[in-house]
Write a protein that binds this ligand. Structure first.
Ligand SMILES: [Zn+2]
Length: 377
């Protein structure tokens, strides 16, 4: 993997490249970033760069023997450890799952734990990094370097280590020379404190909006408008953006717009019609409607603080937000957001959609008409 294939994260890339050039690469590093930030991709790109035989300025060369093997994930000096499952025909060892691991990673280096485990397990099984795996890591890392300057271990999801992780502590503390251990984690709270204290932590932030928008346009052929809409919902998480791209186009924005207008007009017969319509769209879509509503309100509150220019809302949404903000204050937004949150909860637990939407709408109608009265007074 090249650095250029990792989305955004320029500051992290610069830092990693600088550490190689200035020859102060830490032996044990923790690539810490939430889902979809590219923590694993960065570790892969770093491993390729470190062992590249030419090592140009900003990225690995991609042409030397080391780069070619690294790209295919078959470099003899780059070892992987990840959660596995004990099966009838296989031990819980990463080496026994390499074929699936390579395929999964080449398909999507932004994969998450659930993608991986559902790929290797038939039932609802938990993947773990076993004590046997930890022992195997020990012996792998005591091997001589085959071809490259560095021997590298990429350990994905140390959250899944449990107490077995203590087997590795000595290795983290005193790795042999020219050995790099790259731990790739999402959640600091689930790591053994002894592991954290022995690693140099590299914080990986969410991906910036512009880089993510560019990728959705250039790699996924989305229009700028669609890309911006998805990026707002994905909030710096490429894994989530991929999920949203594959989701069927929704018309939440239009439904929401209609709803607000009906509420504002205080028109009961139009409301009945709107409720009939939304009751038809199915539970998952209804949940997605409330999620959209919550995001929209969140963005409305932000827009009041940062101004229209910097807002992530689309033009049409901005118009609605501006219009609503003439009639609502922050407390009203908050009250509304709370109702959406509750409604999402009840829909998930099989509430009757017609009754739920009707009650909620009538409550909001009363709230809006009280505002209208107080504003005109
Ligand atoms: Zn190279």
């Amino acid at each position: 993997m090249f650095f250029k294939d990792v989305i955004g994260q320029q500051a992290v890339k610069d830092k990693l490249i600088r550490s190689v050039k200035e020859q102060r690469v830490s032996h044990t590093q923790l690539f810490l970033g939430s889902e979809g930030t590219g923590n694993l991709s960065l570790a892969l790109a770093f491993a390729q760069y470190v062992n590249c035989e030419k090592r140009p300025d900003a990225d690995s060369c991609g042409k030397c023997t080391s780069c070619i093997k690294a790209q295919k994930l078959i470099h003899p000096d780059v070892h992987f450890t990840f959660p596995t499952i004990k099966a009838k025909d296989r031990n819980a060892l990463s080496s026994e799952y390499m074929k699936e691991w390579r395929a999964a990673l080449l398909e999507n280096p932004y994969l998450n734990y659930l993608d991986w485990v559902t790929r290797i397990a038939e039932e609802n099984k938990q993947g773990n990094i076993s004590a046997d795996e930890c022992r195997e890591v020990f012996s792998k890392l005591s091997l001589k370097v085959f071809e490259s300057e560095y021997k590298i271990l990429i350990l994905w999801m140390p959250e899944r280590l449990g107490k077995e992780g203590n087997i590795l502590l000595k290795l983290f503390e005193e790795p042999s020379e020219k050995t790099l251990i790259l731990l790739v984690a999402e959640n600091l709270n689930l790591l053994l404190p002894t592991i954290i204290s022995r690693s140099q932590v590299l914080q990986i932030p969410r991906i910036d909006d512009n880089s993510l928008i560019d990728v959705l346009i250039n790699r996924h052929d989305l229009s700028r408008q669609n890309a911006a809409r998805i990026v707002r919902r994905a909030d710096g998480n490429y894994h989530e953006a991929l999920r949203l791209i594959n989701q069927v186009e929704d018309n939440n924005q239009e439904l929401f717009n209609q709803w607000m207008q009906v509420l504002y007009k205080n028109d009961i017969s139009e409301l009945v019609k709107w409720v009939e319509d939304i009751a038809q769209i199915g539970r998952e879509n209804q949940k997605s409607f409330f999620r959209y509503g919550l995001e929209f309100l969140h963005e409305c509150i932000l827009m009041q603080q940062v101004g229209q220019q910097q807002s992530r809302l689309q033009e049409e949404e901005k118009r609605l937000a501006t219009w609503l903000s003439q009639h609502m204050r922050i407390e009203d937004w908050q009250q509304m957001a709370e109702s959406f949150d509750n409604s999402h909860y009840h829909i998930e637990r099989n509430a009757h959609p017609k009754i739920l939407y009707m009650n909620l709408s009538l409550r909001l109608m009363r709230m809006i008409s009280r505002k209208k009265l107080s504003l005109s007074a």
